[in-house]
Write a protein that binds this ligand. Structure first.
Ligand SMILES: [Zn+2]
Length: 314
């Protein structure tokens, strides 16, 4: 896919555009999708506030006025998926934001979300994500599992898919055989075969994720739209990798920890593993993968997970 950095829109399906948000000057790291039918214009994901200008430019590039947006659908509240929702609603107060009921209070009052993200990203919070703004409670509409969301004459179905986060939702376009997978379908760079599990602390739940992957399989989709990054037309083979690759992270972390590796060393080994699994993909693919799901974040989660397991055994 030809993508310029920031604000490009590529038509990827009937009434579906991929907007490359040019996150941190990188193409093919964070996407938002615009889904439209007639006057109904919806975004699936907003990206972070730091890429809001690119989002607005991308909406225009797709041929729509940003004021014509009616609804924001977010897969979960992590800042790379929903961070721009607050500033968007402030600018366009008629918008409603649809989110899992567990995520809804954190969009209305993001203090805990910001605290949790700050534990991962430290003093890079603002550079990475930009503003995090509260959304008026009456503009946040919690979803029901299985709810059909009408976009003009078309319909997306919200399906609760916990695991990556307890409040994760995917949106299935059953008529098109496509699913907007958020992070539940993993991270994969265009032109590569490696499906990488994004593993942020604290509330990742591998067992719940396994059940959600089983649920994704039952949809028999022909296409996944990944937030990181783009469309993939081999959903079954793509999903086959996800849990084994999560186990591979865990096994690596167990071995590294048993051998006395500290967190920087664990991070380095996870980075090397990702490089190995990308095989002969261009080096830029590894950089983009690190932007989308950093090895230091995986090391943080794995360290927590293993110390919890050790605590449980005591
Ligand atoms: Zn996430």
């Amino acid at each position: 896919m030809a993508a310029t950095i920031g604000g490009s829109a590529t038509r990827v399906g009937d009434g579906v555009w991929l907007i490359d948000l040019g996150f941190q000057g990188q193409s093919e790291v964070v996407a938002a999708y615009l889904v439209a039918d007639g006057d109904a214009v919806t975004l699936v994901e907003t990206g972070p506030s730091s890429t809001l200008p690119a989002l607005l430019a991308g909406i225009a590039a797709a041929g729509f006025a940003p004021e014509s947006l009616t609804t924001l659908l977010v897969t979960h509240i992590h800042l790379d998926h929903a961070g721009a929702a607050g500033p968007l609603v402030r600018r366009f107060p008629h918008l409603t934001v649809r989110v899992h009921p567990v995520g809804a209070p954190h969009l209305a009052d993001p203090a805990k979300l910001v605290a949790s993200a700050t534990r991962i990203y430290g003093d890079r919070m603002d550079a990475l994500w930009g503003e995090v703004a509260p959304i008026p409670v009456d503009r946040v509409l919690p979803l029901a599992d299985g709810e059909a969301i009408a976009i003009g004459g078309r319909s997306l179905t919200a399906l609760f898919t916990p695991g990556h986060a307890s409040h994760h939702v995917v949106y299935a376009d059953r008529d098109a055989g496509a699913v907007f997978t958020g992070d539940a379908g993993g991270v994969r760079m265009p032109g590569t075969a490696y499906t990488c599990p994004p593993t942020p602390p604290p509330d990742l739940d591998p067992d719940a994720w396994a059940a959600s992957i089983a649920r994704l399989r039952t949809l028999d989709a022909r296409r996944f739209y990944l937030t990181h990054f783009g469309p993939f037309d081999d959903p079954a083979a793509h999903l086959d990798q996800l849990l084994p690759n999560l186990d591979e992270f865990r096994t690596l972390a167990e071995d590294a920890t048993a051998g006395g590796a500290d967190q920087p060393e664990l991070t380095r080994r996870l980075h090397d593993l990702m490089a190995t699994r990308l095989g002969d993909a261009p080096p830029a693919a590894l950089d983009k993968l690190e932007w989308a799901t950093p090895s230091y974040m995986a090391a943080l989660w794995l360290t927590r997970l293993l110390s919890k397991t050790a605590g449980g055994r005591r």
